[in-house]
Design a protein around this ligand. Structure first.
Ligand code: MSP
Length: 654
């Protein structure tokens, strides 16, 4: 076994209380991409992911399903793993916090800190938020609402066990100051330093069993379980051998990077790092907090109904376009908004027009004129020389970007080369060279394009692990490939023979998208998906029409002002209200998912905007005919759309 230190990357352990969405998928994909990149750079990689299975949230979710906690988490872990399989995540280890190998280490760490006096017992009173499982001080909750989730907190006084986090405050500040790359990006580092300007409190690491039994028992106080964050964070060392297999541990630890989203920055930057200091262990080399994926309606949440399901998108558009889109769109570290229109625009522009088209326009000419063979000739055209130099510079920038987790930057540089290559085809016009029988120049042009496709495909492979090799296969060099650390311009062997090109990214036209949507939702697809369109010989401009509807189409949706006459709760459905509304010419019944935000009596007499010509649907046995419009508010609530002065009931909105 090699003693080389592994590149060790981790994802958060996702709570086993619900299914995963694109936000979770994104974090795991980022770890997958960085793992694939590092492997291809010739490094040994250890990639860890897993599930966080203890605590109140999981206990409550299990209860709601009528299952024991472990039955509940077993079923969710199965789903997590099948999602990672679908997304082709190349993790080396999946750790569950309910496994013995993990629980043993949590107990060991607790005992060590207890013996050392870094854990002590004290009476504590504070304001407790059950869903977030954390205490707040009086000052932090002036309105008695949790600052994180905005739900009511309760005052609780009890004996508990505390980790002396405050003892390590200065050591942590010094470490952050001495290691500028430790907390990334820069704004998150400043945020943590700002937080550490206030005196750091100690961390309550126990929960009395009387309140919560689903957790790891404290080894020195058996009527308590361990606070779920102390438990879960320990996974990063329990999974790699600490303290029972120190040979393995020393080969893997410290982590090269903990990847997660900014929502859990404090727990990683402060709780975890001070825990490691107390245990006398090295700190991770880097912790990287990326931004949120949000939708037009704000943060993804079940109650707003704006959860984006990765399975649906993969079924609709394919895995590699999905992986590409997420990392091209989000500036890693900042928030990004997901919209399907934007997905389609990027797909058509970057994948269909740029990358896909390059192969599609060149290989048939190579087959027709040079029997599909690339001939390596010394470049004479200034553009060929320029492209060779550009490729070298791009590889350098790409490497710098990847070493710093700047995925969007890496993809942008690859696309600079793809676009330059497409322009090169226009400039050199190989179809004319063929007509003139200028074989020497034609070979040079084909070689530059073929080599360009090989080069970009190898760079893009960590993002598109299935289609990039397919491009290599089409140009004929898949059996003759190099790893990223060896990649240099000019390695495409003389005499390499291409294969028949197959369309890789069929353009997404409106009709095709609609068919794909039906298919990926499991509905019956009425028409066979439209046949792949011929890819234009020249990169087409993105149609300005894409994603837009004409005024005539807009008018097909009949919006009107309706007045709410009655409102009542729907039995056994917490979120639904049954409304009757006056639409000017009739009274309609409809069901609206607004019960969490409006009391029935608040709605009476209110004018709202309604979609009048929506097909009726049966919801909980009630025929709902029409839909009222609402928008998510910034604080996670919901606002009904209403005219800003009284309007005529029934009048059309346009
Ligand atoms: N169990 C804790 C983590 C313990 S780590 C030792 C937890 N779990 S979680 O299921 O809530 O996952 C949170 C993580 O999921 C985020 O930090 C992020 O990595 C990912 N995301 C969840 N929603 C997200 C978005 N909307 N956007 C981007 N990432 C998001 O916290």
């Amino acid at each position: 076994m090699s003693a080389e230190k592994s590149f060790y990357v981790t994802t958060p352990l996702y709570y086993a209380n619900d299914e995963l969405h694109i936000g979770h998928a994104f974090s795991t994909l980022s770890a997958d991409i960085i793992s694939r990149y590092n492997r291809s750079m010739g490094r040994s990689v250890h990639f860890l992911t897993g599930s966080d299975e203890h605590g109140q949230k999981v206990e409550q979710a299990a209860k709601a399903r009528g299952l024991t906690p472990i039955e509940h988490t077993d079923s969710l872990v199965g789903k997590f793993k099948s999602l990672w399989e679908l997304l082709d995540i190349t993790y080396d280890d999946f750790i569950r916090t309910t496994e013995d190998r993990h629980k043993k280490v949590v107990c060991y760490a607790l005992n060590e800190l207890w013996k050392k006096g870094d854990i002590y017992e004290a009476e504590y009173s504070g304001w407790y938020c059950t869903p977030c499982e954390r205490f707040w001080t009086e000052k932090e909750v002036p309105d008695k609402m949790c600052p994180d989730c905005k739900r009511a907190v309760q005052e609780i006084s009890e004996k508990n066990y505390f980790f002396k986090m405050s003892k390590y405050q200065q050591q942590l500040i010094d470490h952050i100051n001495a290691n500028p790359g430790f907390i990334r990006p820069e704004n998150r580092r400043n945020e943590v330093l700002g937080f550490l300007r206030q005196p750091l409190g100690d961390l309550c690491i126990s929960r009395p069993k009387s309140r919560l039994s689903w957790g790891i028992e404290l080894p020195f106080a058996t009527d308590y379980v361990t606070y779920v964050w102390f438990d879960a964070l320990t996974n990063y060392i329990s999974a790699v051998g600490y303290p029972f297999d120190m040979e393995k541990f020393n080969r893997i630890w410290p982590a090269s990077c903990h990847l997660f989203c900014k929502d859990i920055l404090t727990t990683h930057a402060v709780y975890w790092t001070t825990m490691l200091m107390a245990l006398g262990l090295k700190l991770p080399e880097c912790i990287f907090a990326h931004g949120w994926w949000v939708t037009g309606e704000g943060k993804m949440s079940k109650s707003v109904g704006n959860i984006i399901n990765p399975r649906e998108l993969v079924a609709r558009y394919g895995l590699d376009p999905f992986r590409f889109y997420l990392f091209r769109e989000m500036v890693f570290g900042m928030d990004a908004t997901y919209t399907e229109d934007n997905f389609v625009l990027r797909y058509n522009a970057d994948l269909a027009n740029d990358y896909g088209n390059l192969c599609q326009r060149m290989l048939p000419m190579l087959i027709k004129n040079r029997e599909g063979q690339f001939h390596k000739v010394a470049p004479k055209l200034p553009q060929s020389i320029e492209i060779a130099e550009m490729a070298g510079a791009i590889k350098k920038d790409y490497t710098t970007a990847m070493e710093n987790f700047l995925f969007h930057e890496a993809l942008k540089r690859i696309w600079d080369l793809i676009q330059r290559l497409n322009k090169y085809v226009d400039e050199t016009a190989p179809w004319k060279l063929a007509k003139e029988q200028n074989w020497a120049t034609l070979d040079e042009v084909f070689y530059t394009i073929g080599e360009g496709i090989r080069f970009v495909s190898l760079l893009v492979e960590p993002f598109m692990p299935h289609l990039a090799p397919e491009f290599l296969r089409q140009i004929g060099c898949h059996n003759d490939r190099v790893s990223l650390d060896k990649l240099a311009w000019g390695q495409l062997a003389d005499g390499t023979r291409c294969t028949e090109p197959a369309p890789m990214f069929p353009r997404l036209e409106t009709e095709r998208i609609q068919n794909l949507k039906k298919g990926s939702k499991g509905e019956k697809v009425e028409k066979a998906p439209a046949k792949t369109k011929e890819v234009a010989a020249k990169p087409a401009e993105i149609s300005a029409e894409e994603g837009l509807v004409s005024f005539d189409d807009f008018l097909k949706t009949e919006l009107c002002i309706a007045r709410i006459e009655t409102a009542e709760k729907v039995e056994n459905a917490d979120k639904l209200l049954k409304l009757t509304v006056n639409t000017g010419d009739e009274t309609r019944t409809l069901v609206a998912g607004i019960a969490a935000f409006y009391k029935p009596e608040e709605l009476l007499g209110r004018q709202v905007v309604m979609v009048k010509n929506l097909k009726p649907a049966k919801i909980r046995g009630i025929v709902s005919h029409g839909m009222i419009l609402a928008a998510a508010t910034e604080d996670g609530g919901l606002a009904l759309v209403s005219p800003d002065k009284p309007a005529k009931t029934g009048i059309r909105v346009k």
